[in-house]
Ligand binder design. Structure first.
Ligand code: GLN
Length: 494
């Protein structure tokens, strides 16, 4: 493995500015690595020619002294982001051949700041899943394997390709989206950092919609600093997204390094679930001790409606999905199934039957059911009320504490196929991440330790709305104390 793929974004940025290497060299090193890592199935589309063109442009900007923070940094883009002229599938067959004529705002912001696109990465279809096994393009394999085992494990989901590519050093950072945990859970399962900002911080324009009131674009990186650099570029007001918030974006990187001395950190007692593995509980306790040792005051707090978060999410998210996915009718985008002698309705039906996978169909059925006359009040309206109670839990707790510390996921990476026949077991992966989506508050997952089998585990820091800076500060305190330097063995290289 070349040294250039070992660098952090911050380190590469400094090396590029000093002229230690060029953006073309940095990008070429990553292209060579990702081509040797196809066994992971992380990329749906590789764009090496475009990447080299973008790298040359970055080299030009570097030479001219106009080099924003991400100038020349090669990134992987979750295939949920529309990229102009480049296949954008959302992991679905129904978007077969879809090449958008426009660029999502988040990716446009990254390119404005000089970043380089290596390609589009794999994901659960329409971002529905926690294992990246619900992709039309096949599952992604986690770069990590348990000690002494050659069994393939899931990378988490839905942003499994993003997480795997950053963990395997075949991208320096990646974009993801998090509707119920899809940035933080895969980050935890692959030993990297994943950040979900406040709802409205990053524009959803040009991001294929799953559940619009819950979808949050955000970054993956190998360090907290790298995700802070990326978020600074991705975030910002966008008139094209009516839920985008018009607030100045702080310099997140400059805000790092403040430390947690004097901060109040809440530990929500409801996050101690039945049957939580001892190792995860122990790591959580370690995280508490690390923050206390660095001068934070630890306060046990209550978020009383936590246990209703997952059920409420699995009503609200499918409801919105069933409405958002109505647009895939075989007329406007991608796939069209022709039916001999059939009419328009037959074409719709055949296209949707062939184009959507089983999990997506399950969500459409659930969503249509909970929105139907007679069930709307009992399910959808009730879930919306529960959502308000959950948001209120966070608002009242943040009057007392600066941030919350919890585990990110209730388990480490699991074998491919393990939870495929049991949707509820799969949904349970999001038990600690979903509440922050329902409330719209920012949260980060930071790698904090290994299981006895040598698999990564993450801790989650949740903060107040629009206070990403505190989330990064506490995340960095965990990162410093954990000193997580373990790496997966590169079994995937050919
Ligand atoms: N795993 C959750 C789901 O399947 C969350 C997915 C996401 O955050 N996109 O809905």
């Amino acid at each position: 493995m070349t040294d250039l793929t070992r660098l952090t974004i911050a380190g590469a940025r400094d090396g590029l500015k000093k002229g230690d290497f060029s953006a073309r060299e940095l990008t070429s090193a990553h292209i060579a690595e990702l081509e040797a890592a196809r066994a992971l199935n992380a990329y749906i589309v590789e764009t090496p020619d475009q990447a080299l063109r973008m790298a040359d442009k970055a080299d030009q900007r570097l030479k001219e002294g106009d080099a924003p923070g991400l100038c020349g940094i090669p990134l992987a883009i979750k295939d949920l982001f529309c990229t102009e002229g480049v296949l954008s599938t959302a992991g679905s067959h129904i978007l077969n051949g879809f090449r958008p004529r426009y660029e999502s705002t988040v990716t446009a912001n990254l390119w404005r700041d000089g970043a380089v696109m290596l390609g589009k990465v794999n994901m659960d279809e329409f971002a529905m899943g926690s294992s990246n096994e619900h992709s039309h393009y096949g599952p992604v394999k986690n770069p990590w394997r348990a000690k002494g085992s050659d069994q393939d494990l899931v990378p988490g989901g839905s942003s499994g390709g993003s997480a795997a590519s950053v963990a395997a050093h075949i991208a320096m950072g990646a974009t993801g989206t998090d509707t119920g945990g899809s940035i933080r859970q895969p980050a935890a399962l692959t030993g990297i950092v994943g950040m979900k900002p406040t709802y409205g911080r990053c524009s959803r324009w040009g991001v294929v919609a799953f559940a619009s009131s819950l979808d949050h674009p955000g970054p993956f990186g190998r360090t907290v600093r790298d995700t802070a650099i990326m978020l600074g570029s991705m975030a910002g007001y966008d008139a094209k997204d009516s839920t985008s918030v018009n607030r100045p974006v702080p310099d997140y990187e400059a805000g790092l390094g403040k430390g947690v001395k004097g901060m109040k950190i809440g530990v929500p007692k409801e996050y101690r679930t039945d049957g939580m593995p001892e190792e995860i509980d122990a790591l959580w306790q370690k995280g508490i001790d690390w923050l206390r040792d660095q001068g934070a005051e630890i306060v046990v707090v209550s978020l009383p409606h936590t246990k209703y978060a997952l059920p409420a999410y699995y009503i609200v998210a499918p409801a919105e999905a069933s409405s958002n996915l109505a647009r895939y009718d075989g007329v406007r985008y991608g796939l069209r199934e022709k039916v001999d002698g059939g009419g328009l309705d037959d074409m719709y039906e055949a296209t949707r039957a062939a184009g959507f996978g089983d999990e997506v169909k399950r969500r459409i059925l659930i969503g249509t059911y909970v929105l139907s006359a007679g069930y709307y009040d009992a399910y959808y309206l009730k879930a919306q009320k529960v959502r308000t109670l959950i948001a209120n839990d966070f608002h009242s707790v943040f009057k007392k504490v600066d941030a919350l510390l919890t585990p990110t996921a209730p388990n480490a990476a699991f074998p491919l196929g393990d939870k495929l026949d049991d949707p509820l077991a799969m949904y349970f992966n999001d038990v600690f991440t979903v509440p922050a989506n329902l409330a719209g508050v920012p949260a980060i997952s930071v790698p904090a330790g290994l299981t006895g089998d040598g698999l990564p585990l993450g801790l989650q820091v949740i903060g107040k709305a629009f206070d990403e800076e505190t989330v990064f500060t506490v995340g960095q305190a965990i990162e410093d104390a954990a000193d997580f330097t373990a790496k997966p063995e590169a079994w995937w290289r050919d």
